[in-house]
Design a protein around this ligand. Structure first.
Ligand code: SAM
Length: 439
């Protein structure tokens, strides 16, 4: 079942636009009323419409700020039910004035910058000339439709199948693999069980967190204050809360399933969660303030369009800023053992020849595992110099859960991993942005 979430911003419950029947849920938040409608299409697709309406029509600015606050956790008590969206519709009353367009749409892009926005407006020319031409990257995916002025005619301007087409075309045209995105959504429900289930993952997470903490501690001191941190592919927010101890955190992921888990986990924390493919960070982030540190943890760089993402990282990271990366290691001892027929209980097994990663024995993700030298030379071509790099773990990958004292195993594994330098399951460490040498 594919689920698409649709945000409609309206000043009246104009259900004719989408031929909706009664809402399944109705709630209120400050200045905002929220109605939720659901529709099944051929038992394959579920469309959920979230209609947001301002209670006070004259105070659009407040309305806009309240919507943004719902997503940025400043007041998070009612936020957990709201999903991230695949398409946004804005009705004309908010839109047919400059203030509506100028204020609302750029701010909506703060939540979810790469989805199409459909405007209902009778003043296309004005909007086009005054706003579309504004040369901001916001406008590149926006479409617009003329709304019928005749109140007696039904004003359905987009049928469900058209909506689905716009969403799917948007994904197709973007560098994002829609199949990959849906798998990440599917995996989001069981993602947090991985740590519990797999010893090697648990041991790895400890070491990864220690590496990140130590480095951020040092960097924050030498920076003389809070760091501006960007986390790429934050998943269910495993690291985001810890990162927020060192400064202001913007955390992005392209999967609404993962982000919704993160939203719940990080309730009450002031973390800026955005739905965005990493390939777009260079287009949408860092325009006001660049980042001191970027974190791309737990295989993240293995899943993305590496070249586009590294371009973006390079653009939004400050000069001399730091990048943390952890990726699957092709030279991992565990893969050799697996090739020789060992039945290791690993959470993820990369099949580099096919460019796949088999997760939890069932979901094949498109993913790439690197060799340590390959990673260093790729990053160096984007102007990143190695600060410190290690591989870990070596021996936990062949240990069965409950057979070992985990604390001792971790220390032992650390020593062995250091001695064997490049045979650990992950490559993890820090790079510093210097000058770009070559492409
Ligand atoms: C293995 S998880 C790691 C999650 C988190 N960093 C952690 O350490 O627990 C990889 C995450 O990257 C996200 N992801 C994969 N490709 C992406 C892309 N192109 N843009 C943004 N997020 C992406 C997935 O949705 C998933 O949440």
């Amino acid at each position: 079942m594919i689920e698409y979430n649709i945000l409609c911003i309206d000043d009246a419950l104009d259900t004719r636009i989408f031929e909706l029947s009664d809402p399944v849920e109705q709630s209120e938040y400050q200045n905002v009323e929220i109605y939720v409608y659901k529709k099944m299409i051929n038992d394959v697709i579920e469309l959920s419409f979230y209609v947001f309406m301002p209670k006070d029509r004259n105070n659009i600015k407040k309305f806009i700020n309240d919507i943004i606050e719902l997503y940025t956790f400043n007041r998070s008590d009612s936020v957990e039910k709201l999903p991230f969206f695949d398409i946004i519709f804005v009705d004309n009353v908010l839109g047919d004035n400059e203030r509506g367009y100028r204020d609302l749409i750029p701010r909506l892009y703060e939540i979810t910058p790469f989805v199409p926005i459909v405007l209902y407006t009778a003043e296309i020319d004005k909007v086009h000339n005054e706003i579309w031409q504004a040369k901001e990257p916001f406008w590149q995916y926006v479409s617009h439709f003329r709304k019928s002025r005749d109140k007696n005619k039904p004003s359905v301007v987009m049928q469900d199948d058209q909506i689905i087409k716009v969403i799917e075309n948007n994904y197709k045209e973007s560098p994002v693999d829609i199949d990959h995105l849906k798998k990440a959504d599917e995996f989001s429900d069981s993602y947090d069980d991985t740590e519990e289930k797999y010893l090697a993952t648990r041991v790895y997470f400890k070491q990864e967190e220690e590496e990140i903490r130590n480095f951020l501690e040092k960097t924050k001191k030498s920076n003389g204050g809070e760091l501006n941190i960007l986390e790429l592919g934050c998943g269910t927010g495993r690291l985001s809360g810890m990162l927020a101890e060192y400064g202001e955190v913007t955390a992005i992921d392209f999967s609404s399933g993962m982000l919704n888990k993160a939203k719940n986990k990080l309730k009450g924390r002031n973390i800026n969660l955005k739905r965005m493919p990493a390939e777009y960070i260079g287009d949408f982030l860092g325009r006001d303030k660049k980042f001191d540190v970027i974190i791309a943890a737990f295989g993240f760089l293995s899943y993305v369009n590496t070249y586009r993402t590294l371009e973006g990282i390079s653009k939004v990271l400050k000069d001399k800023g730091f990048l943390f990366i952890s990726v699957y290691n092709y030279d991992s001892i565990a893969f050799d053992l697996i090739k020789k027929g060992s039945d290791l209980t690993l959470a993820a097994v990369p099949i580099r020849e096919l460019g796949l990663l088999r997760v939890a024995n069932k979901i094949d993700f498109r993913a790439y595992c690197f060799k340590i030298d390959e990673l260093e030379s790729l990053l160096s071509s984007y102007g990143f110099q190695k600060e410190c790099l290690m591989t870990f773990p070596v021996c936990s990958v062949s240990a069965k859960a409950n057979q070992f004292d985990e604390k001792n195993l971790w220390h032992l594994d650390l020593q062995i991993s250091k001695a064997l330098r490049n045979r650990g399951h992950y490559i993890l460490g820090w790079f510093r942005k210097v000058n770009r040498q070559a492409q």
